[in-house]
Write a protein that binds this ligand. Structure first.
Ligand SMILES: O=C(O)CCC(=O)C(=O)O
Ligand SMILES: [Fe+2]
Length: 269
């Protein structure tokens, strides 16, 4: 992509490791999604789990899916936004993950200074080579306000983690205990966590090597989001292999009810 045409949010993503695009869904569309999420995910619903995340519940995928929520992946505005994050053709790679963060404790909060971060593992290729080949897009169906269970991130930390992970000892330590705290902070990391707040209908992106995490929801309203993973299409062989393994990445009942556009987007046809 020529640098001069680069969209502001893509450049922000490169610099900060995260970015926001507002107004992707209309308020009406977001409300529709919010109602479905609240109907399908309850604090105790067995199709969802919390792991160590307190009141935050995400659907167990691909065993379960919410096709009406997954369908937002084909929204023309979202696809346009993704086309500026990924160079060339792309597809939806995995069953979208609906998430509801109910009121309560999740992973600490900025107000108390007890928020702790993690990374989604370590990547083997440099960020600047990887960027443009994937998009972790989190669509929000209700306003995410401060202290409302937002994702919290340390802007720019993806570069520091990349440099630090070259050291096998650091890598081993973090693979054992994937936690970053203000107290045991990394050398050189400016501990400046920020909540990713945005309006209903907006989308945010982050790189998995950014120091980030969920956070406590001190408000009454649940945080309602869905995570969509898009990746750049590969060559013929890679795409053939992906097609063969599609049943491991998507819910079988969902695959059966997909419309033509969704089938194309996931690489089923
Ligand atoms: O819910 C969030 O905002 C972040 C969750 C997260 O970082 C994760 O599941 O790895
Ligand atoms: Fe994470």
């Amino acid at each position: 992509m020529p640098k001069k045409n680069i969209k502001v949010y893509r450049q922000q993503f490169i610099n900060q490791g995260h970015a926001i695009v507002e107004n992707v869904l209309t308020i009406k569309e977001a409300k529709k999604g919010a109602a479905i999420l609240l109907d399908k995910i309850r604090p105790e619903s067995p199709e969802s789990y919390a792991h160590i995340w307190g009141t935050r519940r995400q659907l167990k995928t691909p065993q379960h899916s919410i096709p009406e929520i997954a369908q937002f992946a084909t929204h023309p505005k979202l696809l346009e936004v993704i086309s500026h994050m990924i160079d060339g053709p792309f597809r939806l790679n995995t069953e979208p993950i609906p998430i509801v963060t109910f009121s309560g404790k999740v992973c600490g909060c900025l107000k108390d200074g007890n928020w702790r971060g993690h990374t989604d593992g370590f990547s083997d290729s440099p960020f600047l080579e990887r960027e443009g080949s994937f998009a972790n897009a989190w669509l929000t169906f209700a306003d995410i306000e401060p202290s409302g269970g937002a994702m919290t991130v340390i802007p720019g930390s993806h570069y520091l983690i990349e440099r630090a992970a070259v050291d096998p000892q650091f890598r081993a330590e973090k693979e054992e205990n994937n936690v970053y705290t203000a107290k045991e902070n990394l050398d050189g990391l400016d501990w400046n966590p920020e909540e990713v707040t945005l309006k209903a209908g907006g989308v945010f992106f982050y790189d998995g090597q950014l120091v980030h995490s969920a956070s406590d929801n001190l408000l009454q309203q649940p945080r309602l989001v869905c995570a969509y993973t898009f990746i750049q299409k590969g060559g013929q062989e890679k795409e053939l292999n992906a097609r063969r393994a599609i049943h491991e990445r998507f819910n079988p009942n969902h695959l059966k009810v997909m419309d033509d556009q969704m089938k194309q987007l996931v690489g089923l046809v």
